[in-house]
Write a protein that binds this ligand. Structure first.
Ligand code: NAP
Length: 241
């Protein structure tokens, strides 16, 4: 299947690319960081993966939709790319940075999904979300609220697509020891709110609440294969693995 993974060159997205590439899917990966994209493309190709990498900033409302249009067909969109957003009391953080998080995490995800739906006859859209969207994450409200909006978007799209052979699912990959949470455990900062997040992330890891990243990628690959299409609109979590 032809699978586009936004943010597919780095961190959790890179693990997703490796696992899906090893299963023989044809990959298109995107991100902002051209060096990371070229490196990932070369390393994946060296392992025999059919992959092309493109710079496409999710903050630019046209970039990913135009890329999807130009592909001439797509089976699966994995909307993985996202920003962690600002950390701190909501009324004190930089409001432009707060809003920018919605432009990337919500508008970027929604417009990529719209373009994929227009380009697909059948397939699936997997919106990578977070427990922070299903519940809450005080002091990271841009992240939490943007992911909550994506969970609702998924539910609505699934109903609109009921008569078409396109499934839309939210996927919470669990807390994993790479990317946002992996870095979150290692940050050294004088900022009391960042320290609070770091302490919480470490406590979750120490209590064994992290999901092994291979397990998280294995569940994603089952969703990519169509195994969860009958649950279109729902939030799939590590508990479903
Ligand atoms: N790590 C976790 O424990 C965890 C837990 C729950 C959910 N998640 C979700 O999993 C996904 C990946 O998270 P992560 O931990 O790997 O985060 P990360 O380390 O911060 O990586 C973010 C990814 O998104 C891309 N990205 C960010 N802004 C972008 C933009 N404007 N345009 C295009 N790509 C952009 C980045 O690539 P560039 O820098 O090249 O743009 C990178 O590949 C996210 O949706 C996150 O919410 C992660």
């Amino acid at each position: 299947m032809r699978v586009l993974i936004t943010g597919g060159a780095k961190e959790l997205g890179r693990v997703f690319s490796e696992v899906l590439g090893a299963q023989g899917h044809q990959l298109v990966i995107t991100g902002r960081d051209e060096n990371a994209l070229r490196t990932a493309e070369a390393e994946l190709r060296a392992r025999g993966v059919d992959v092309e990498a493109h710079v496409a900033d999710l903050g630019d409302p046209d970039a990913t939709p135009k890329l999807i249009e130009s592909l001439g067909g797509l089976d699966v969109l994995v909307n993985n790319g996202a920003l962690g957003g600002p950390v701190g009391p909501t009324w004190q953080v930089d409001e432009n940075e707060w809003w920018r998080t919605f432009e990337v995490n919500l508008r970027g995800t929604a417009f990529a999904a719209n373009a994929a739906i227009r380009a697909m006859t059948s397939g699936r859209i997997i919106n990578v979300v977070s427990n922070a969207g299903a519940h809450r994450w005080p002091y990271l409200t841009a992240y939490s609220v943007s992911k909550a909006a994506v969970i609702k978007l998924t539910e609505n799209l699934a109903v609109e697509l009921k008569r078409r052979r396109i499934a839309v699912l939210s996927y919470d990959p669990g807390m994993v020891d790479v990317g946002l949470m992996g870095r979150g455990c290692d940050v050294e900062s004088g900022d009391p709110y960042v320290q609070r997040v770091t302490q919480w992330a470490r406590s979750q890891r120490d209590q064994g609440r992290f999901t092994p990243v291979e397990q998280s990628a294995a569940l994603l690959s089952r969703i990519v294969s169509g195994e969860f299409d009958h649950r279109s609109g729902e939030l799939i979590t590590p508990a479903d693995g």
